[in-house]
Ligand binder design. Structure first.
Ligand SMILES: Cc1cc2nc3c(=O)[nH]c(=O)nc-3n(C[C@H](O)[C@H](O)[C@H](O)COP(=O)(O)OP(=O)(O)OC[C@H]3O[C@@H](n4cnc5c(N)ncnc54)[C@H](O)[C@@H]3O)c2cc1C
Length: 381
């Protein structure tokens, strides 16, 4: 049985492990964190990711989570509706709802589908040679047929094997996020003001996930994040403040958002392949980074299932995944630039007028295009 080592036990790495097992591989995931130490807030899973997770074998575990999103709205900062965000429109068009879930719950779902012996925690990989030999925790796995670099945006695998790549760059936005106790009546809702966005979406467990994307200089670190946001958004509509008021200050996380500074020329070096943020960390404005990691995992497994020659299968994976993920990275950047990041008052007014005039289905076209994807079957030859 061929053997794979996956570096990183995040969404992409666990998804790859599930897919490769279905494809008939023996898999070991090396995760540097300790068991049960997941950070993070909510994550939206669009129908493309849900279909991918089904193909990875999670259909039965997902079914109870597929609750429809109630229709909300995109508003301006005074609360006036710019566009209906029709949960039902999306679901009718795409056949599945968008599901928002706590990142820890998603990781638990993925881990529960893997045998315990495929997961090693406190297992930090400290180096990798051009031929794919690992240093650090995975040294005893030398000789694996495949190494999957699923070690996230600051990927050590990418740095070692793509030494000419410039790494990551700040995308101009700092993100604040929190998960709070259920807020009665809350629905999927977004608000755009000059240079900022507030979004809220109920999670499948009933809690509410909210985020603020703020155009800001890199390194802005308010001592009290919640107080800072309440001041920064003071002239925004009461719906925003009702949610901020219910948020404990210590629940607010903050990250400066970084992306790959340049697209990679290939996701493959020899028997080493990159997926997820290691390959294509993108701005979060379409909510697709994690969804794309799941797509990567499915395609990688499907190619390796039908093609026993690893280099040929990896070349196919690269051909399929690079255009899709790099195109979405560009689309996500543009969605931010022409969406909530606009600050000029004339441009804001123009954008708002256009949004009010567009039918909901047209306004949501970018989101829908990203979410429309059919996974290949993972069928061992
Ligand atoms: C503000 C924000 C909001 C977002 N919202 C969404 C959303 O709504 N929907 C969506 O789909 N995506 C969203 N994303 C993107 C999404 O979070 C990422 O694309 C996704 O987590 C990438 O998964 P990954 O497995 O590639 O990397 P990661 O989740 O970063 O996992 C990498 C793993 O590798 C481990 N690791 C790293 N180095 C080593 C090493 N040397 N040895 C062993 N282990 C190692 C890490 O500990 C980690 O567990 C958002 C991102 C941001 C910043």
């Amino acid at each position: 049985m061929p053997q794979a080592v996956v570096v990183g036990g995040g969404i992409g790495g666990l998804g790859a492990a599930l897919g490769l097992r279905r494809a008939g591989w023996r898999v070991t995931v090396l995760e540097r964190g300790a068991a049960g130490t997941d950070l993070g807030a909510g994550i939206s899973l669009w129908p493309n990711a849900l279909r991918g997770l089904r193909e990875l074998g999670l259909g039965a575990r997902l079914r109870p989570l597929l609750t429809p999103q109630r229709t909300g709205a995109l508003r301006d900062r005074r609360g006036r509706v710019l566009a209906e965000v029709g949960g039902d429109v999306l679901e009718r068009a795409l056949g599945l709802p968008m599901v928002a879930i706590h990142r820890g719950q998603l990781l638990d779902l993925l881990r529960a589908a893997l045998p315990a012996e495929s997961l090693r925690y406190d297992a930090e990989v400290t180096g990798i040679t051009p031929s794919g030999e690992l240093r650090g925790a995975g040294t005893d796995l030398a000789g694996a047929d495949l190494v999957v670099g699923a070690d996230g945006i600051d990927s050590g695998v990418r740095a070692a094997l793509w030494p000419a790549h410039p790494g990551t760059a700040y995308c101009g936005v700092t993100a604040f996020r929190a998960v709070v106790d259920p807020v009665p009546g809350a629905v999927m809702d977004g608000t755009w003001g000059p240079g900022a966005e507030f979004g809220a979406v109920p999670l499948v467990d009933g809690r509410l996930y909210w985020f603020v994307s703020l155009t800001a200089p890199e390194g802005l670190r308010p001592a009290d994040r919640l107080a800072f946001l309440r001041t920064r958004l003071r002239d925004w509509h009461p719906g925003v403040h009702r949610i901020l008021e219910r948020t404990p200050p210590e629940a607010v996380l903050q990250h400066d958002v970084r992306v790959l500074a340049a697209p990679l020329d290939s996701y493959v070096r020899g028997r080493v392949v990159l997926l997820g943020d290691a390959a294509h960390a993108m701005a979060p404005f379409l909510g697709q980074g994690g969804c794309q990691a799941i797509e990567d995992a499915v395609v990688l497994a499907a190619e390796l299932a039908r093609e026993p020659d690893v280099p040929t299968a990896l070349a196919r994976y690269d051909r399929v995944r690079r255009p899709r993920t790099q195109g979405l990275a560009r689309a996500s950047e543009l969605a931010g630039r022409f969406g909530h990041r606009v600050t000029n008052p004339v441009a804001v007014a123009l954008r708002n007028t256009v949004l009010r005039l567009l039918p909901a289905a047209v306004a949501a076209r970018g989101t829908m295009a990203a979410a429309r994807w059919t996974p290949p079957r993972i069928e061992p030859a």
